[in-house]
Write a protein that binds this ligand. Structure first.
Ligand SMILES: C[S@@+](CC[C@H](N)C(=O)[O-])C[C@H]1O[C@@H](n2cnc3c(N)ncnc32)[C@H](O)[C@@H]1O
Length: 272
């Protein structure tokens, strides 16, 4: 697929690569095409904004003109308003259900190329899905897929999910997906993983009691840390193993894992 913007990144730690020249010129730099997205996610922070390090990549390969067009024309309408500190310095809580006409709200953290998110939106039209992804190439890919699928029950935060957690009301999310989170394989980087209290406690707060939290990973040590850290944050393990959910759609990272001989592992938790 021509939209495989991250296949050139190191397979287990795609956090240090510089932009790669595009094979399909003419094209524009991702950073240029991402100006609107950046304005939203790298805002002028007020003094009381929590200091957060983000270690992932925000830009990858040069965007194709079509992708730049998606960002310029479609993102404004699909972007969830009031998430960034620039737009909402008082951090007033959002009303996500109102955005989706009272439908239950699901959250996908780090949607990558967006295939799982679009699949879920199409499969569950009675639900509203919010997706977070700071990697602008992924946002552009999702926008292309939304156009192709014609789904409308989606909203995007093109940035760090922690900023969204700040402004989501308690118990406002009915399901969350964490598909192939960045593995951070080096031991000294394990504290950067999503499955740490910094992320899990706010996630637990925004999930409703009984809400499902799904995690998919191909990294055995990530399974270990997930099993250790998720339950104390307010969850119980429902099931884990190598069999995916009935409604699962394999993601780009899962496909890569399978090609490289790693086995997927799926974990389902329930918010207590
Ligand atoms: C390994 S990729 C997996 C992408 C996709 N879920 C898949 O399965 O193909 C992990 C994704 O999580 C995103 N991510 C990392 N930290 C994040 C954060 N704090 N908030 C939202 N997304 C994040 C990264 O940008 C990256 O696209």
């Amino acid at each position: 697929m021509t939209d495989d913007t991250r296949k050139d990144a190191p397979p287990r730690d795609a956090h240090s690569g510089a932009a790669v020249p595009a094979p399909d010129a003419p094209a524009v730099p991702a950073a240029q095409g991402a100006a609107a997205q950046d304005a939203a996610s790298r805002d002028a922070a007020p003094a009381d904004r929590p200091r957060r390090n983000f270690y992932g990549r925000r830009h990858g390969k040069t965007l194709r003109p079509s992708q730049r067009g998606y960002l310029e024309h479609d993102l404004a309408e699909l972007r969830l308003p009031g998430v960034t500190s620039a737009e909402n310095p008082a951090r007033r809580p959002l009303d996500p259900a109102a955005l989706f006409g009272g439908r239950p709200v699901w959250l996908e953290i780090g949607f990558g190329g967006g295939e799982h998110m679009v699949h879920m939106a199409a499969r569950y039209p009675q639900v509203g899905l919010i997706g977070c992804e700071p990697f602008v190439n992924g946002v552009a890919m999702l926008l292309g897929k939304i156009r192709a699928a014609g789904v409308q029950n989606l909203a995007i935060h093109p940035g760090d999910v922690r900023d969204l957690f700040d402004v989501l009301p308690s118990g406002s999310v009915a399901r969350a997906f964490l598909n192939y989170p960045d593995p951070w394989p080096k031991k000294r980087h394990h504290r950067r993983r999503f499955v740490t209290p910094e992320h899990l406690l706010p996630l637990a707060r925004v999930l409703a009691p009984g809400a499902e939290f799904r995690v998919a990973t191909d990294i055995p040590d990530y399974v270990r840390q997930t099993l250790e850290e998720v339950p104390p944050a307010g969850f119980r393990l429902v099931v884990q193993g190598g069999v995916p959910w009935d409604d699962w759609l394999s993601t780009r990272y899962e496909q890569k894992a399978l090609r490289e001989g790693r086995a997927p592992h799926y974990l389902t938790f329930e918010r207590l």
